[in-house]
Design a protein around this ligand. Structure first.
Ligand code: HEM
Length: 206
């Protein structure tokens, strides 16, 4: 497991122990200490990436990159008073993208490959489809090829339905009423996994 996965698992474990809600207790535990150490390491990696890029942009050095990426956008963003983002703010955005981007896609790809391995007949259909789409351009998938992957797209969606990469989303309500039902202003969670199962059971998907 990479550091980010370990941190995700450690953080999840923290949620199972009510005592660990308190930072001062958690910080003294062995999980808390290793979480902090991993966090510092990951921050230093992100800080390095940001500093290097900042130096290149500030020096006006010739750029070999073809595209403006999200870090460049963050580094050049200015508010209405012409003030840019601080390194800590940029790092928070970079961390969010790195976490959101790697955890979800790794989980989705792994489970989709698992499902395809369990259903070789669909794996074959996907393989034929990809081979056909790429017969004139082997090894390269272009943006316009994506629309040709009819079965593959459905297998990807079904894989994510069966094993939701983000199984739960949470919202803090600010009003007491949602759709005519009274709730206290509370933290709600919606189980994406259960929604996909109940939709299937209620016959809305066939
Ligand atoms: C299979 C892949 C992915 C899945 C299933 C997925 C799923 C989700 C879901 C369900 C949310 C909404 C969470 C909520 O509203 O509470 C979300 C938000 C977000 N995702 Fe993804 N995501 C995926 C890939 C990515 C990638 C590759 C990136 C970035 C490189 C990314 C960046 C984000 C960010 C920044 C947000 C927060 C958006 C906001 O609230 O303004 N995600 N994602």
């Amino acid at each position: 497991m990479g550091k980010k996965q370990v941190m995700g698992a450690t953080n999840f474990k923290r949620g199972g122990n009510p005592l660990m809600i308190f930072d001062f207790i958690y910080n003294m535990s062995s999980d808390g200490r290793s979480f902090r150490k991993d966090c510092d390491y990951i921050h230093s990696v992100a800080d390095n990436v940001i500093d290097n890029r900042k130096k290149i942009l500030e020096s006006g050095q010739k750029d070999e990159k073809k595209h403006l990426d999200s870090l460049d956008i963050l580094l050049s963003a200015k508010d209405e008073n012409g003030i840019g983002m601080s390194n800590t703010d940029i790092r928070a955005e970079v961390d969010t993208f790195m976490f959101e981007g790697h955890d979800t896609t790794t989980s989705a790809i792994s489970w989709i490959l698992y499902d395809l391995a369990k259903h070789p007949e669909y794996q074959k259909l996907c393989q034929n489809e990809v081979d056909k789409a790429l017969e004139n351009n082997p090894g390269f998938v272009k943006w316009e090829d994506l629309g040709k992957f009819y079965v593959l797209t459905r297998c990807i969606k079904e894989g994510m339905r069966l094993h939701s990469p983000v199984p739960l989303v949470a919202r803090q309500s600010t009003k007491e009423i949602i759709d005519g039902t009274t709730f206290p202003p509370e933290l709600f969670s919606v189980s994406i996994y259960m929604v996909s199962i109940t939709t299937l059971l209620s016959g809305q998907i066939r």
